[in-house]
Design a protein around this ligand. Structure first.
Ligand code: GLU
Length: 426
């Protein structure tokens, strides 16, 4: 038999997100002096599921999609994490995102483990009918994985309240119950929570204000750039502007817009709703996505996708604070560069944890059948985000490391201590 030797892939900064996550995990595990057994346990996902999802397309043909659910860890409680629909979804990406959910839930101190799932598909090319079939068949395939006490999905990239409603309905039909708590990020009418849609952006705003305070910058005098204009980016921009911060740059997949005098978020929102893109907004110059990240500003919020800040562009960044609205927007190779530059990075597992925190509130409300006011949701979110920020800051100070490593140390310590008390069954 002939063997073809394959050259190992060159080491580039386009890291596999799982490796990027592992680099931070390993560093934090070392700082903590984590025992080898616990290290082995926490680095391996509990379950990795790949499922084929056949559906009949609108034209009558059968198409088979690939779906994933990775449960990284369930020591702190049922696993929690979003579902994303995108053409570039891979198992490795799911593994990284699932692990980030484990650490994120531990950082904000909610009783969940971490998971992530998705379907490799291009939702823009699917009809609503096809999207519904895809979601329902995926849910049916994972019936014995999902459950209010087992594994609870939520929205992520390209999934929304409607998709969550289909998951909830499919699961409920099979279990012959009204299983509200099987999924979060649902429409209000189905047992969703007030404030869930804005929660990630609201959390981003809260920790950004806390970081500005640490740097001695008043919000009224601060400028910000937000990359990404989906749910997280648009809400973050809006709420930061409400706090008096001048938003000078915004970007989406169509490109970036810049105005040194500040952009009116209300006008941008209106333009975006009409045109489904930011580019061409009249009151601004258009700039590339690369240039957007390198604008001089106090606060940069990458809220688009992974691997945006790399060792290549990190030396050119001119911000004082980065609040990671997206999961994994900074590669591990960029971390030391940002640290040397004195940029304060509020890491993803803290910065974007507002979403899963209000998901937790939604799950609690669904299980008690008693729903809270928006004011109560936002106040409780604020308390939990501030406690988490202070706790991460404290850990970073104690171990003399970045906020990112401080957050990992805090999270890994919490999960490892829980593992120790629970013990290993078998
Ligand atoms: N997909 C979101 C995240 O990455 C929310 C997860 C959830 O609410 O379960 O944090």
């Amino acid at each position: 038999m002939e063997h073809t030797y394959k050259e190992p892939a060159p080491i580039t900064d386009k890291e596999n997100p799982f490796e990027s996550m592992m680099a931070r995990f390993e560093h934090a595990a070392q700082i903590l002096g984590l025992e080898d057994g616990a290290y082995q346990y926490l680095k391996s996902p509990v379950k990795q599921i790949i499922t084929s999802i056949p559906i009949i397309m609108d034209n009558g043909s059968i198409q088979v999609f690939e779906g994933y659910r990775v449960i990284h860890n369930d020591i702190l409680g049922p696993s929690k994490g979003g579902l994303r629909f995108a053409p570039d979804v891979t198992l490795d990406e799911m593994k990284a995102l699932a692990a980030w959910m484990t650490w994120k839930c531990a950082v904000v101190n909610i009783p969940f483990g971490g998971a992530k799932g998705g379907i490799k598909c291009d939702p823009a090319k699917l009809s609503l009918n096809e999207l519904e079939k895809l979601t329902r068949r995926f849910t049916a395939n994972l019936l014995d994985i999902f459950g209010p006490e087992r594994d609870i999905p939520a929205p992520d990239m390209n999934t929304n309240e409607q998709v969550m409603a289909w998951v909830m309905d499919t699961y409920s039909m099979h279990t012959k119950t009204t299983a509200r708590a099987v999924v979060t990020g649902k429409p209000l009418i189905l047992g969703g929570s007030l404030g869930r849609r804005e929660a990630t952006g609201r959390g981003v705003m809260m920790v950004s204000i806390a970081a500005l305070k640490k740097k001695g910058i008043s919000p009224d005098a601060a400028t910000a750039v937000v990359q990404g204009f989906g749910n997280v980016g648009s809400v973050s921009a809006q709420l930061l502007a409400e706090k008096g911060i001048k938003i000078i740059g915004l970007g989406d997949i169509s490109g970036g817009i810049y105005n040194s005098r500040g952009l009116s978020i209300a006008q941008v929102m209106e333009y975006f709703t009409r045109n489904r893109a930011l580019t061409g907004f009249p009151e601004a110059e258009s700039i590339s996505n690369e240039d957007l990240l390198e604008l001089q500003c106090d606060l940069l919020v990458p809220a688009a996708k992974e691997d945006q800040i790399t060792k290549h562009n990190a030396p050119r960044l001119r911000c004082k604070i980065i609040t990671e609205g997206a999961n994994g927007p900074t590669t591990a190779a960029a971390d030391p560069i940002l640290e040397d530059k004195g940029i304060l990075v509020v890491p993803d597992i803290l910065a974007n944890a507002g979403g899963v925190t209000v998901s937790y509130f939604e799950w609690v409300q669904d299980r008690t059948g008693y729903f809270w006011s928006l004011d109560k949701v936002n106040k409780r979110l604020e308390r939990m985000m501030h406690e988490a920020f202070d706790n991460v800051y404290h850990h970073a100070g104690t171990y003399k490391v970045s906020l990112r490593l401080g957050a990992y140390v805090l999270a890994i310590n919490k999960v490892a201590s829980t593992l120790k008390i629970r013990g290993i069954y078998g």
